[in-house]
Structure formats: structure tokens, C-alpha cells
Design a protein around this ligand. Structure first.
Ligand code: PSV
Ligand code: MN
Length: 392
């Protein structure tokens, strides 16, 4: 029997170890294809993006890594960027390739029928591996925009064969301690057939590649109504859940603040993570945000996102798993469901405030950042230059 005090202590211990990686692009201007609204003080280069990300870590103590997007975050000296990150108290994390903004890739990148274009796309990924050697990053995240718009436009099976070949070339370039994490998305920018539309396709490619290839689950990349926690459980069973891109959605790939649209779904996902023992820092699952802040302030938006993930995790850690297992084995449907809902209904904000204060952090990171004066300072300092935006 675990007591509620024991579960509380266990939750505090586990939460103290939790870390969430931030996307550099969350700190630049973003919008829709209709309008990008500029914000005062937005970074002009990757160094300033890293400084802003470090603010999130400074106030939450839970966001020690920053993920880069290549070529948006290209710099002459990645060693200098890594040193700057260290000075700011954070590290550079996952490197994201980008084959979605070059004219050559209109009909595909790693899947393109033209061998010269496939070669160019493979080369881009090999360059990303060089960036990783300079930054100390261990994960190469691949999301491909590849797909077709019309039945008959290209041979579906041939595209899979070319994809497998190209991925194998990239995989062969990995160092022993590096991984490919392969993301899927069911639609957009193409609407008939994406080449990696779902977790099954990603998993099949990962299994063919080898143990250093893992699936990335972006919470915004499924059809409405998809049971995402089931996918989490399946990938954990297979030992192939490499990373999350957290965000939330009402309709499409909305990239809104994680936990904003459906905090209960986030809790259910974290319940599977805790149940699969995948919260441990060495579990091999990298928890990352992939979001844009179109109308809200960006650093506070990231702070709120980290807090939302912490809250969902805390609730998942408070589930009385022993009692739940007993109710499940006894076939007591309502008791089992009630145990899950009890945990979900707990107000965990005091627990998280206690955790933060015990670690010398502000009880309310969101308010502490607002009071710090950082936003006003960078708005005054960052004049001139070109503000970073989604795509730069
Ligand atoms: C694609 O929609 C995606 O989720 C991939 O992770 C990209 O790298 C990212 O968005 C860019 O924001
Ligand atoms: Mn993503």
C-alpha cells in the first residue's frame, strides 16, 4: 500500500528531475499565412534566442536545453554558440533539419525521384550531423515535408523505397552516441499522401534503420479524435519512443501552448509515460516543445508551457497505481476510472510551488519573470537589425 504522503514525496522527487527542451523558433516572430505580428524585443539572431530561452530555465529550473533549426539558426561558429549557451546556464539540444523551404524540394526531398535532389537532401542532413559535433547535440530530428497532392502523382511505394535508401545514408553518418528521431505528420504541406503520415510508417523505417533510430510524436500531428496516449503506450512497448514535440491543437497543426486546448489529454499522455517508466532522465525520451507564439508574449508563453507540462506530470505521478491495478484486475470499471479522475482533479499548483521553493526557484515562474524587467530591457536594447521569424 502506498500512502498519499508517499505518492506526494515520490512526485516531488520525480518532478525535480524532469526536463523540457525548448525550441529556438518559439522566441522569434510567428503567425499564420495571413499575418505575422511583430513583438518588441524579439531576438535578431540565435545568440539572442538562446538568451531568451535561458530566461525560461532561470525561472522554472526545468528547461535546460535549446533545440536549433538548421538553417534558421546557422551561425559561423557553433562552438561559440554552445559556449554562449553554457554562460547562460543552458545547453544546445536537438538539431532539426529543414528541407521544406528550398525550391528544389517541391516534389520531395529524401523521396524525390531525381537522384541529384535526393543527394542534396542527404547532404543537408550530413551537415546537420557536423553541426551536432560542434554543439555536442545527440539527436538529429527529421521531419519531412514530403508527400503528394494527387492520386497517381507519384508511385507511393517507390517513394517509400527511396526514403528508406536516403535515410540509411544519413543513418550511416551517425556517431555511436547519436540518434535519428523521425517525426510523422498526417497532412500538410501535401494533402493526398504524406510520405511519413503516421507512427506506424515512422516506426517501420526506424526498425529498418537500427537501434539509433526512434520515433518522434508531435502532439499536433494526428487526425482529430486520435487516441495519442495509446500511441505513446505502443511506442514505449516497442522501445522506440525517442521524443515528443509538445503543443496543442483545436483543428490542425495549430502549434498552440501545450495543455491549453486539452489538459486532460496531456495528463493521459503523461499517465502512460509514468506507467511506462519513461519519465526518468535516462529513459531515452526527450520531452520537447514545438510551438509558436503568434499573439502572446513569447518568453511567458514558454514559461506557461513548461508549467503546464509540469502540472500534467504531477497529476500523473499522483495516480494511486496500486489501487488502480487492483480495480482494473477486479474489473471495477467505475472505481478504476474514478482513481484516474481523482488524480486529474487534484490541484497540484501548491505541490509545484513547494518543489520550486525547495530548489531556490520562484514559486510562480510566470510572475517572477514579469517582475524581472527582462522583457522591458531587451525591448529597449534590441533596436535595429532584423527580428527572427518562423523561417529565419
Ligand atoms: C512540422 O510541422 C514540425 O512539427 C516539425 O517539427 C518542424 O521541424 C517544425 O514543425 C517547425 O516548426
Ligand atoms: Mn514538430
Amino acid at each position: 500500500m502506498t500512502t498519499s504522503d508517499q505518492r506526494r514525496q515520490h512526485a516531488l522527487d520525480a518532478l525535480a528531475q524532469q526536463s523540457i527542451e525548448l525550441p529556438s523558433w518559439a522566441f522569434g516572430n510567428a503567425g499564420t499565412r495571413f499575418k505575422v505580428f511583430p513583438t518588441k524585443g524579439v531576438p535578431r539572431d540565435p545568440f539572442e534566442k538562446v538568451s531568451d530561452a535561458a530566461q525560461v530555465h532561470r525561472h522554472t529550473g526545468a528547461a535546460p536545453r535549446v533545440s536549433l533549426h538548421i538553417p534558421w539558426d546557422l551561425v559561423d561558429d557553433f562552438g561559440a554558440l554552445a559556449a554562449h549557451a553554457a554562460d547562460e546556464g543552458v545547453q544546445l539540444g536537438t538539431i532539426n533539419s529543414n528541407v521544406f523551404q528550398d525550391d528544389d524540394y517541391k516534389l520531395g526531398s529524401l523521396t524525390n525521384a531525381d537522384p541529384a535532389i535526393r543527394r542534396k537532401a542527404v547532404q543537408h542532413h550530413l551537415q546537420c550531423l557536423d553541426v551536432m559535433r560542434a554543439t555536442g547535440s545527440k539527436d538529429l530530428k527529421i521531419w519531412l515535408p514530403d508527400g503528394t497532392n494527387y492520386p497517381g502523382q507519384d508511385d507511393l511505394r517507390g517513394r517509400q523505397d527511396r526514403l528508406a535508401e536516403s535515410l540509411a545514408e544519413v543513418y550511416a553518418g551517425l556517431d555511436a552516441d547519436m540518434r535519428i528521431v523521425l517525426e510523422y505528420k498526417f497532412y500538410e504541406p501535401y494533402f493526398y499522401a504524406m510520405d511519413i503520415p503516421d507512427w506506424g510508417t515512422s516506426l517501420l523505417h526506424c526498425l529498418a534503420l537500427g537501434e539509433q533510430a526512434m520515433v518522434v510524436l508531435d502532439t499536433g500531428h494526428h487526425a482529430p479524435g486520435t487516441n495519442i496516449e495509446f500511441i505513446v503506450a505502443q511506442l514505449l512497448r516497442a522501445g522506440r519512443l525517442g521524443a515528443f514535440d509538445f503543443n496543442s491543437r483545436f483543428y490542425g497543426d495549430d502549434d498552440l501552448i501545450v495543455g491549453a486546448a486539452d489538459p486532460f489529454q496531456l495528463f493521459r499522455i503523461m499517465h502512460e509515460i509514468v506507467g511506462g517508466d519513461a519519465l526518468r532522465p535516462d529513459s531515452g525520451v526527450n520531452f520537447m516543445l514545438d510551438q509558436c507564439h503568434n499573439i502572446e508574449e513569447k518568453i511567458p508563453g514558454q514559461i506557461r508551457s513548461v508549467m503546464n507540462v509540469q502540472e500534467a506530470t504531477a497529476k500523473a505521478l499522483l495516480v494511486d497505481r496500486e489501487a488502480l491495478g487492483q480495480a482494473q484486475r477486479a474489473g471495477d470499471v467505475l472505481a478504476a476510472n474514478g482513481l484516474l479522475m481523482d488524480a486529474y482533479s487534484t490541484d497540484v499548483r501548491p505541490l509545484l510551488a513547494e518543489l520550486r521553493e525547495s530548489r531556490g526557484l520562484p514559486a510562480d515562474p510566470y510572475r517572477a519573470f514579469a517582475a524581472s524587467g527582462y522583457a522591458e530591457r531587451v525591448a529597449a536594447e534590441r533596436v535595429g537589425g532584423t527580428q527572427a521569424g518562423w523561417g529565419a
